[in-house]
Design a protein around this ligand. Structure first.
Ligand SMILES: Cc1cc2nc3c(=O)[nH]c(=O)nc-3n(C[C@H](O)[C@H](O)[C@H](O)COP(=O)(O)O)c2cc1C
Length: 183
């Protein structure tokens, strides 16, 4: 048999094993990071963080996009990708509204949202409440930031509002700790 088509069950089993062990190492490293950052209390197994850790902040900054989920007061869900995101402090994230439509209507009627982001197979789900600023220094800074972003992208972008997300809960969404509450 030619080398090109060595897809017999033996080689498949070998590759699967290799893939699984790589995955196990990745999950172990993610878990270790959570323990080290204090995200998981080893002795009690309870969440004990008071704000976003460096790991979470780094991931949100590095992830090119996040998913912003909102819901109508009746509970009809709506999830959209967002790219304009900034960390203000360990409990506050700023998003910018350029195109929000159903998202904006939902947030005005029901401020509870969820923001999900990930890199590779690890990520976080942040839950909290939003307030929307359309005047004031934070909005003015957002307008400038989005204008610059548009220039870099070669498209005209204009912020209609600064969405201030107050972080209330954080959950892990990757590996063996998926679903575990961190904050
Ligand atoms: C990759 C990507 C990034 C986006 N980033 C933003 C963003 O940062 N801000 C924004 O207002 N809309 C952004 N949008 C548009 C929204 O995802 C969405 O199209 C818009 O909110 C209208 O949907 P809605 O009616 O469900 O709100 C982005 C869309 C894509 C595809």
């Amino acid at each position: 048999m030619s080398n090109k088509i060595r897809l017999d069950s033996g080689s498949m089993r070998y590759n699967k094993k290799k893939w699984n062990s790589g995955y196990a190492i990745f999950f172990y490293k993610t878990r270790l990071k959570c323990y080290r950052s204090g995200a998981i209390n080893k002795s009690k197994g309870e969440y004990n963080m008071t704000g976003l850790t460096k790991e979470i902040i780094d991931m949100l900054e590095q992830a090119p996009f996040a998913i912003l989920s909102t819901a109508t007061p009746e509970g009809i869900p709506n999830a959209v990708p967002i790219g304009a995101k900034k960390i203000l402090d360990s409990k506050t994230i700023l998003l910018s509204d350029q195109f929000f439509n159903k998202t904006l209507a939902n947030m005005n009627a029901n401020p509870r949202v969820s923001l999900t982001f990930w890199l590779d197979h690890a990520g976080y789900q942040v839950k909290g409440s939003v307030t929307i600023e359309t005047t004031g220094p934070r909005y003015e800074e957002t307008v400038k930031w989005i204008e610059e972003m548009g220039k870099k992208m070669g498209v005209p972008l204009a912020s209609k509002g600064a969405v201030i997300l107050n972080v209330e809960e954080v959950y892990s969404i990757g590996g063996p700790d998926s679903g575990r509450r961190l904050i």
